[in-house]
Each structure stands twice: as C-alpha cells, then as structure tokens.
Design a protein around this ligand. Sequence first.
Ligand code: AMP
Length: 188
Amino acid sequence: MLNIVLFGPPGAGKGTQSEKLIEKYQLKHISTGDLFRWHTKNDTPLGIKVKEIMNSGELVSDDITIAMLKEEVEKNPGAKGFLFDGFPRTVAQAQALDDLMKSMDTEIHKVIELKVSEDEVKKRIAKRREESGRADDADDKLIKRIDEYFNKTVHVLPFYSQSNRLTTVNGIGDIDQISLSIIDILDN
Ligand code: AMP
C-alpha cells in the first residue's frame, strides 16, 4: 500500500495535484472537505450538524471528523492506498490516523507539504477582489480558512517531521513541474 497525506493552505493546488497522484498510483482519494460538503448538500444528520461551523470557515470538531474519516477508509478495504487531502488538520487527527493505519497493518508513508506562503495566498484573493471590483462573502470565508490553516493546521507538520515523513515542495510554479517533484519524492 501507499498512503500519503497532502498538506497545504486553501488555494495551494492540492485538488489539482491530488487528481494527478490518484491516477498515477491508483489511490483512493479522501478529502474530508468534500465529504463534509456532500453531507451538507444532502442534508444528512451529520451535514445538518456541521453546516454552521463549515459556513464560518472554522474547523469541525476532531471527534466528528475522525469518525467520518474512519468510516470512509473502512468502506474501501481493497484500496491500493489512500491519499488524504484536508486531513489531518490537528495533532489529535494525525494521531488517530496513525492508529487507524496501524490497525490495518499499514502506515502513512509520506506527507507532502505544498508550500505557499500566507502572503501569497492572501495576495491571490486580493487580486481576485480587485478584478471583480467587490468584496465577496466567499472571499471572507476563504480568508478565515486560510487563517485556520496558518494558525492551527501548520502545527501538525512537526508531528510528521519528527518521524521523518515530511517533505516540503514549493507550491508556486508550473503545475506539471510540481507534480514531477512530488512523484520523485514518492518513488524514492
Ligand atoms: P476544505 O475544503 O478541506 O478546506 O474543507 C472545508 C471545511 O470543512 C473546512 O473549513 C472545515 O470546516 C471542514 N473540514 C474539512 N476537513 C476538516 C478537518 N480535517 N478537520 C476539521 N474540519 C475540517
């Protein structure tokens, strides 16, 4: 199995890179953001529970997120591997993911951080605002999500660097070149 975590702030290009990697390595893509959006769109009990917090751009609680993630992993017993996108976002989630992998006799092999600075992602939003000529509610939410990333989620990185699983890739530049850098890391 090959199990990887793709890390990076909103707007770093995680979605694009995930698509390329799941195709190349035949991985099951698990994005907790996509799962939560599916639940809210379909008004499931879980969706109703998390709608407000998601709309605020804050993080859903660890127990809810971990339970949903576990269920999704367990739905795919024959997977060649998993690509986790948007999870873990807290140390408790990272620990729970290690425990889950261990219970399946496997592990998280590599964690790729797509590095884009806070200034750069915020500049991109400011530029978009200028171009559209108005401040958008969606932009405010995005700024909140970016703040959450740089205030909370980045604290997960030492958890993985201490166990030698973290590699940082420059997230600014040519998309195909970034993919090649990631593939190089995963193949070695
Ligand atoms: P994303 O598309 O990954 O940015 O996720 C969208 C929203 O879903 C986030 O702003 C959070 O409210 C929620 N969410 C997604 N993944 C997680 C996670 N691992 N932990 C807590 N909340 C999450």
